[in-house]
Design a protein around this ligand. Structure first.
Ligand code: SAH
Length: 386
């Protein structure tokens, strides 16, 4: 056992009700919690000393008992296309990744929910390292907090370099992270307990205040947890389908052996009904000669026809050791046309950040202690403590 070091409470990731309770233990009124959230999430301030409209003695008590602690950046990489990838520290030997993808009309932050992944999808780099641990709510929310701060700092520095420090503050208003997708490392629904409160803070008016349509959770298809999510959140849902039939999906996304396509689709439509959602996005990775034939496109169209579904075709992103290849561009086009002709909405995801291995499925982080627990193909429910 380690000596009794009283750890300070990390306020990042604390749901509003819990923050109000904490503030009450310090003898303050609940609205102080909202002020604190405003400082933390809207203004990106992490030091209590800088929260100038809070009473000095309250700030001192906060400083003694609490802190705002985001994950530490281990490395930053910038792609030629503007995509930025950060490697973040989880523990002494573990790291995980997040990626920011700037586009003319939005900025999407792709965050991780676990260090490694237990799902064992055959075409995914994260799967190769096995599962190490769940990220905490603070680590999930902390990614968004950190990225917003880092991007803003860079923007200020650029502005100051061009026009001098006076103009730099004017830039501050422009929000860079407009969308958040849980499409980084890990299976978010396998870390339900920590992910759901994080979603709450992303949507909370006093938190990041993002609209529910700008936060997307992507799952490989944990059916019972999709039903549970329908009761607890209303963010946009994306599902990694990748195959139009169970035989192939069993191979690519082994969790399918437990929760086959028909059950998965039912859960999706239930989610939309419960949450009054517009549509579910189905991700479909384009693997040369595996799942990319016109007949497979037609089978996919039959599966989704008449439902509020969108298909997002993802050109496969290779990584060391994989035997898959990306489908050629004309094959992807043809696949998309087959879907469009059958009345399905289908888009092709533009690959970003390839030169820094920041594209979908390339996130590998750094996991030195490989605790390989695979949910899809083998045992389920093994708790792993690092
Ligand atoms: N575990 C969740 C979150 C990962 S999201 C899920 O499975 O949905 C990342 C998306 O990229 C998923 O659709 C995933 O299947 C896809 N993907 C994984 N590896 C890929 C690769 N090498 N190339 C392209 N897409 C990949």
């Amino acid at each position: 056992m380690t000596a009794a070091v009283t750890e300070r409470l990390n306020l990042l990731g604390l749901p509003r009700a819990q923050l109000e309770e904490f503030v009450a233990t310090l003898g303050s009124k609940p609205f102080r919690a909202r002020q604190l959230m405003n400082w933390m999430y809207k203004r990106g301030v992490g030091s209590f000393a800088d929260m100038t409209d809070l009473a000095k003695d309250f700030r001192a008590r906060l400083g003694a008992q609490a802190e705002v602690r985001a994950p530490r950046i281990v490395a930053t990489q910038r792609s030629a296309d503007g995509t930025c990838k950060w490697l973040l520290q989880a523990d002494a030997t573990q790291a995980f990744e997040m990626v920011f993808i700037p586009e003319p009309d939005r900025g999407t932050l792709c965050i991780s929910s676990q260090v490694g992944c237990a799902l064992d999808c055959s075409f995914c780099a994260t799967a190769q390292q096995g599962f190490n641990r769940n990220l905490s709510t603070a680590e999930i929310v902390g990614q968004v907090w950190l990225a917003a701060r880092e991007l803003e700092r860079e923007q200020r520095e650029r502005a100051a370099a061009v026009a001098g420090p006076e103009t730099a503050t004017a830039v501050r208003e422009e929000r860079q992270v407009t969308n958040v997708v849980l499409m980084g490392m890990g299976e978010p629904l396998a870390n339900f307990r920590n992910v759901v409160p994080a979603l709450g803070i992303l949507l909370d008016d006093f938190g990041f205040d993002l609209s529910r349509r700008r936060v997307t959770l992507s799952t490989s298809g944990l059916v019972p947890q999709i039903y549970k999510l329908a009761q607890e959140s209303n963010v946009a849902l994306a599902v990694s389908l990748h195959a139009p039939d169970d035989a192939l999906r069993n191979e690519l996304v082994p969790i399918n052996r437990k929760h086959p396509i028909a059950e998965l689709l039912q859960a999706c439509w239930h989610y939309l009904d419960e949450q009054n959602g517009r549509s579910v996005t189905f991700e479909y990775v384009m693997l040369d000669g595996v799942n990319d034939s016109p007949a497979q496109a037609r089978a996919l169209a039959r599966l989704l026809k008449g439902h509020p579904a969108k298909v997002n075709l993802i050109p496969f992103n290779p990584f060391p050791g994989t035997h898959y290849r990306r489908s050629p561009a004309p094959v992807i086009q043809r696949f998309r046309d087959e879907l469009l002709q059958r009345g399905l909405l289908a888009t092709i995801r533009r690959t970003r950040g390839e030169d820094i291995a920041a594209a979908c499925g390339q996130l590998a982080g750094r996991v030195i202690d490989r605790t390989t627990v695979r949910l899809g193909s083998k045992v389920i429910g093994v708790a792993v403590q690092p």
